[in-house]
Design a protein around this ligand. Structure first.
Ligand code: NAP
Length: 248
């Protein structure tokens, strides 16, 4: 597979030669205990979107790492808002990436997990209807499912009036999904941060000024400030930075 725009490591231990996919995978290791990794792309001035979508921030290096992170996870967690707005399709992986997963003892595809309080979800959306693995929806006891939803997803109810995210992640782990990748969006990220559930953040910084208007990559009620140590800085030749922060 073509690597496209070269990516190299700036820190620690600068390594000017371009990183191939094996080297990138080694820089985004699966943990040896359950972990939640969050992946976002932002502009230099901290925008979550351009013209309402993340696509205006993303480019080939971001998409390359985005795809590798999907290959590496057991389950892919996304908020209902982002799923609806970005029109999520079924999670697909190339034959090479499915072979990589099989060789590493993983299921052929990660399981899609959607977090929703209102269950305003369309069972016909391709993310559900065409899913290679039955998706999971994390919701709460009071949420009413629309017709047809439980035909295509497993509903997991955690919490009485709001989604208890800690209980939801514990249930995912009970199902064998130890390495979780969250692709947002901002309100889910804010709630996960507030609950102290974020182990790692992979952040792509696009060399763009989006200007005022778009929100940040996090949203919701204020929560305590937390430390998150920097683990690496990668740079793509188009000026994109790929940062990884993780707690021990
Ligand atoms: N830059 C990036 O990397 C990136 C990544 C992802 C998204 N985005 C952007 O973010 C925007 C979407 O953001 P958004 O405001 O819709 O936020 P969001 O977090 O994507 O979605 C919010 C919705 O998701 C569900 N949800 C989130 N957290 C929940 C919780 N703790 N408990 C229960 N349900 C929860 C709720 O759905 P229900 O209404 O069904 O209850 C809520 O209304 C889009 O513009 C998208 O392009 C950017």
């Amino acid at each position: 597979m073509s690597v496209g725009i070269p990516i190299s490591r700036l820190w620690p231990a600068p390594q000017p030669q371009p990183l191939d996919d094996d080297a990138l995978v080694a820089l985004y290791p699966r943990g040896d205990h359950p972990r939640l990794r969050v992946n976002f792309v932002t502009s230099v001035d901290g925008a979550v979107s351009v013209d309402g979508y993340s696509a205006g921030l993303s480019g080939q290096p971001d998409k390359r790492v985005f795809g590798l992170l999907r290959m590496l996870c057991d389950a892919l967690v996304v908020a209902a808002g982002t799923l609806r707005h970005e029109g999520y399709r079924a999670v697909r992986l190339s034959p090479e990436r499915r072979a990589w997963r099989r060789a590493h003892g993983l299921a052929e595809y990660p399981t899609l997990v959607v977090v929703s309080g209102a269950l305003d979800l369309d069972p016909a959306q391709a993310a559900f209807a065409d899913a290679p693995v039955r998706p999971v929806v994390l919701t709460h006891a009071g949420a009413a499912a629309p017709p047809g939803l439980t035909d295509v997803v497993d509903l997991v109810r955690c919490g009485t009036e709001t989604v208890d995210l800690a209980a939801g992640l514990a249930e995912l782990r009970r199902r064998g999904h130890d390495q979780l990748l969250c692709e947002g969006g901002p309100r889910l990220f804010g709630a996960l941060t507030a609950a102290g559930l974020v182990d790692e953040v992979c952040l792509t910084v696009a060399p763009l000024l989006a200007g005022p208007g778009p929100g940040r990559i996090t949203a919701g009620d204020p929560s305590p400030v937390r430390q998150l140590p920097l683990r690496h800085v990668l740079a793509a030749e188009d000026g994109v930075l790929l940062l990884r922060y993780a707690r021990d």
